[in-house]
Design a protein around this ligand. Structure first.
Ligand code: F6P
Length: 559
């Protein structure tokens, strides 16, 4: 059965009418006709300011979207999330990441274990940073290498980079995620074993990439220090499977629990955030939580029309469902936020990249845009051309901390002017007449100007949100992450899908495991489709050739 996007066809009809009406009204006209547009179309919460006036939306269309949100049961689903109901229905799990930042009541059943884990993190972080915990030779740790992938990597890596100005600079926190040995090799290249601490982060402790990297790191540590007990002193781990951590050889005091009620991509607030806490210190880690908790409160308590995550979700739904925008750009104008687009990519696409409803019915429409982006101003000299003149509608979020942690010369003025210049250029565009006038006024003859003007015209009317904050701090970063978490959840409710499972990644893992034995087999592989067989056999041939060249070379060297 094909389910309609909102499940409520009358809502959809009303929204279609609104879209048709607004498609004929330039955004600049919306500003001209409503001088107080700006006053109405911004929301402030938890240190963030969302300006959503540069969107193809006006009060009647927003009213229709809000009605759709109410009809989808958004308020009830939001309350169910905060009540700790098992809203991850395909896995029968609660979704309690807000609990990790204090958004659930004191008397909550899981509260004690969260508090106990936080206390242990505090102690561990203090001891590593203070030099009370040392490696086997008694030297303090100087390098921390986090081994994890997906949610056990992207959150802490993004946040560590974002909060570099708050970092303990003599503790170098690095991240290894890819099973490609080049990742680990490069991170180990200049690491000193006696001052290196590994963190193995894996919710399941079964993830192929993480375990392969962890085993190689363990061998490296034992070989380089010449001591078997180095594993106990130089490895910490986080997982729901504490028994598997013990089997790996990591001591209980360096083992931190996680719980099945925290999704991987929502886990930076848990002990998965340990590398961040080590980098910025426990007090700032608490600040990070505080900012997120304030956003939780805002999401939970604000009426839908003034609710930042809800408004962002409605706009995302609006553009994908009614304007055909299947991609969404994240454009942080802050070097430290350079990894934020990749982080939100997993958060959004792994959560909402689905094709069946909560009831298991096949959906006829896309449920999540492709999330992508890069830091400004770099993107301006790369893909912004397509944003301005391409025939694709790409809604964008500009993210701009106003104060720079490096206030040198006029760099920040330049950065801010570029950011605001881009969102305005996307909105106002340049008409053919304007382009023509500019060219003729610059002295070009009429024929040449007429030929060039179409290339210089820009359609404009390209929507964007601008999120500003006074400065990027642990608290505002926490709020920013929580904002996108709740936006993603709100979209999932509008789409009637489960944002908290990710069955789609399983098939690839299964097939990978079935391919693996054939890579070391002597016989030609015929087990799969022709393309896969050919590629697999090509790999085997190259591998065998390289191995024989290596044998010949070492034979010649020895003689
Ligand atoms: O393969 C996807 C995934 O399951 C993500 O959801 C998760 O964040 C990642 O793998 C890593 O899983 P784990 O933390 O169990 O190693």
């Amino acid at each position: 059965m094909i389910v309609s996007p909102t499940d409520i066809p009358s809502q959809e009809k009303r929204l279609l009418v609104e879209q048709k009406r607004l498609s004929r009204i330039p955004m600049t006209t919306l500003f001209e006709e409503n001088p107080d547009r700006m006053e109405k179309m911004h929301i402030q919460a938890s240190g963030l300011d969302l300006d959503y006036a540069k969107n193809r939306i006006d009060p009647p269309a927003m009213a229709a979207l809000l009605q759709t949100a109410r009809a989808s049961g958004l308020e009830a689903r939001r309350d169910a999330l905060f009540r700790g109901e098992p809203i991850n229905t395909t896995e029968q799990r609660q979704v309690l990441h807000p609990l990790l930042r204090g958004a659930l009541p004191e008397q909550h059943a899981h509260r004690a274990q969260v508090d106990e884990t936080l206390a242990r993190i505090q102690q561990f972080v203090g001891d590593v940073r203070g030099g009370q915990l040392t490696g086997v030779t008694g030297k303090p740790f100087r390098t921390v290498i986090n081994i994890g992938i997906g949610g056990s990597h992207l959150g802490p890596a993004m946040a560590c980079r974002a909060l570099t100005p708050f970092a303990k600079r003599n503790l170098d926190v690095r991240f290894v995620s890819n099973v490609d040995a080049s990742d680990l090799s490069e991170k180990l290249r200049d690491a000193a074993p006696e001052t290196t601490l590994f963190i193995v982060a894996s919710k399941t402790f079964t993830t192929q990439e993480t375990l392969a990297n962890a085993r190689t790191a363990r061998n490296w540590m034992i070989e380089r220090t010449g001591r078997l007990d180095a594993v106990e002193r130089h490895f910490a781990a986080i997982s729901t499977a504490t028994d598997r951590i013990a089997e790996f050889g990591i001591q209980p005091a360096f083992t931190f629990p996680m719980w099945d009620w925290v999704g991987g991509r929502y886990s930076v607030w848990s002990a998965i955030g340990l590398p961040l806490a080590l980098s910025i210190g426990y007090d700032q880690f608490v600040e990070f939580h505080r900012g997120a908790a304030e956003m939780d409160q805002h999401f939970q308590q604000s009426p839908l029309e003034g609710n930042m995550p809800v408004v962002m979700a409605l706009l995302s739904f609006w553009y994908q469902q009614f304007w055909g925008a299947n991609t969404h750009a994240l454009l942080p104008y802050d070097h430290y936020l350079g990894d934020f687009p990749s982080y939100v990519q997993q958060l959004d696409m792994e959560s909402n990249g689905k094709s069946v409803s909560l009831q298991g019915e096949r959906l006829s429409h896309p449920t999540s845009p492709i999330i992508w982006g890069a830091e400004g101003t770099n993107g301006q000299h790369s893909f912004h051309q397509l944003l301005h003149q391409g025939n694709l509608l790409v809604p964008a979020d500009f993210i701009l901390p106003l104060h720079s942690h490096n206030p040198i010369s006029n760099h920040q003025d330049l950065l801010v002017a570029n950011c605001l210049g881009q969102s305005r250029a996307l909105m106002v565009g340049k008409s053919l007449e304007q382009a023509l006038t500019e060219l003729t006024e610059a002295g070009m003859d009429a024929d040449a100007a007429a030929a060039l003007a179409p290339h210089k015209a820009m359609p404009g009317n390209r929507p964007s949100n601008t999120l500003t904050m006074d400065a990027l701090t642990p608290a505002t970063l926490g709020a920013l992450i929580a904002l996108y978490e709740h936006k993603v959840f709100a979209v999932s409710v509008l789409r009637n899908i489960n944002a908290f499972d990710q069955w789609g990644v399983e098939l690839g893992k299964q097939i990978c495991n079935s391919l693996l034995p054939h890579l070391t087999d002597d016989a030609d592989c015929q087990a799969f489709d022709g393309s896969t067989n050919r590629l697999l056999n090509r790999y085997r041939t190259v591998k065998a050739e390289r191995a024989s060249q290596h044998t010949v070379a070492s034979h010649q060297k020895n003689n």
